[in-house]
Design a protein around this ligand. Structure first.
Ligand code: NAD
Length: 294
């Protein structure tokens, strides 16, 4: 069994990005600039945004954090998005999800200019992704593809089972694994809360991508010997022994599944860091695209 070390790979990719940013600066180019809108003060969202801002510093990007109160109106948020869409200095931006219930997430995602949509959630980018056209890929699936590719994992003709069909992870992941590409070219089964005989489906998988948000859901008896196991889940579990008061659990029961898997991602240190670095790659791409257009 080999551990797929997303933390280590993300550091390597950050160094590669930093080198490119240095070259851009040496050639008097504009420093790539990522902005993030954070609504309210949800603990997990605060952590995710802080790690995105830190990564920007590490690779040499400019970053801007726009904080809005949990009581911000949809109109006010749309106005903020409009400002970022029209700000020439901003290459790409994200609106950290989830948003408070009174705000329509779909409306917000669709208000972001597709050229600056570095999260890859806008329907224009999703459509391009489906057709294998150049686009911004959603960060988590993009990070998983990179993890598979850089570890030379053969996906061609394999049976991939994705568990979870959210717009940000499961659904795009299933499309990407089925595309005629490398990684890709899999026969994909997309499982969700209405799937009957889930265990039997997972047992047939050469590659399992678990993104359902249920801690330690995938157990060893559901996994075929030699399967590649990608654990996307991150759930905060109360843990008095930790300074933060919680520990993080994945969707896979790591200790027992690791004994059967050929490759497995840990939580933390697997998919999470790859997600953040993919956002950096998308931002660099947005900055480069802009140069081509101008
Ligand atoms: P979500 O809640 O939007 O979607 C969960 C999906 O799982 C749904 O499609 C649902 O049908 C399916 N599901 C739920 N229970 C199921 C069951 N018992 N059997 C089969 N399917 C079931 O979640 P999401 O936003 O896709 O996130 C999933 C997990 O991944 C969460 O733990 C989240 O924190 C984590 N996540 C991690 C990263 C990362 O960078 N590592 C990024 C995004 C999300």
């Amino acid at each position: 069994m080999q551990v797929l070390d997303g933390k280590l790979l993300s550091l390597t990719i950050k160094q590669e990005i930093a080198q490119k940013v240095n070259e851009i600066k040496l050639n008097d180019g504009k420093t790539p600039h990522l902005a993030a809108i954070l609504v309210g003060n949800d603990g997990a969202s605060e952590t995710y945004v802080a790690s995105k801002v830190k990564s920007c510093q590490e690779v040499g990007f400019k970053s801007t954090l726009v904080r809005l109160g949990a009581d911000v109106t949809e109109q006010e948020l749309l106005a903020q998005i409009n400002m970022l869409n029209n700000d020439d200095d901003i290459d790409g931006f994200i609106v950290q999800l989830p948003l408070p219930r009174h705000i329509d997430e779909q409306k917000i995602v669709q208000a972001i200019s597709p050229d600056k949509d570095v999260d890859g959630f806008h329907p224009v980018n999703v459509g391009k992704m489906v057709q294998n056209l150049p686009s911004f890929l959603p960060a988590t699936p993009f990070g998983i593809l990179t993890l598979l590719k850089r570890n030379h994992i053969d996906t061609n003709g394999k049976h991939c089972v994705v568990i979870g069909r959210s717009n940000i992870v499961g659904m795009p992941m299933s499309i990407l694994m089925a595309r005629k590409d490398n990684p890709g070219n899999c026969t994909v089964t997309l499982c969700h809360s209405a799937t009957v005989n889930l265990k039997e489906e997972i047992l047939r998988a050469d590659i399992i991508i678990a993104a359902l948000g249920k801690p330690e859901f995938v157990t060893a008896d559901m996994v075929k010997e030699g399967a590649v196991v990608i654990d996307v889940g991150i759930t905060r579990i109360k843990d008095e022994s930790k300074k933060s008061g919680f520990s993080l659990k994945g969707d896979v029961k790591y200790d027992e599944v690791a004994k059967k898997a050929s490759f497995i991602t840990p939580v933390p240190g697997g998919v999470g860091p790859m997600t953040v670095v993919s956002l950096m790659l998308n931002t660099l791409k947005a900055a480069e695209n802009k140069k081509i257009v101008q």
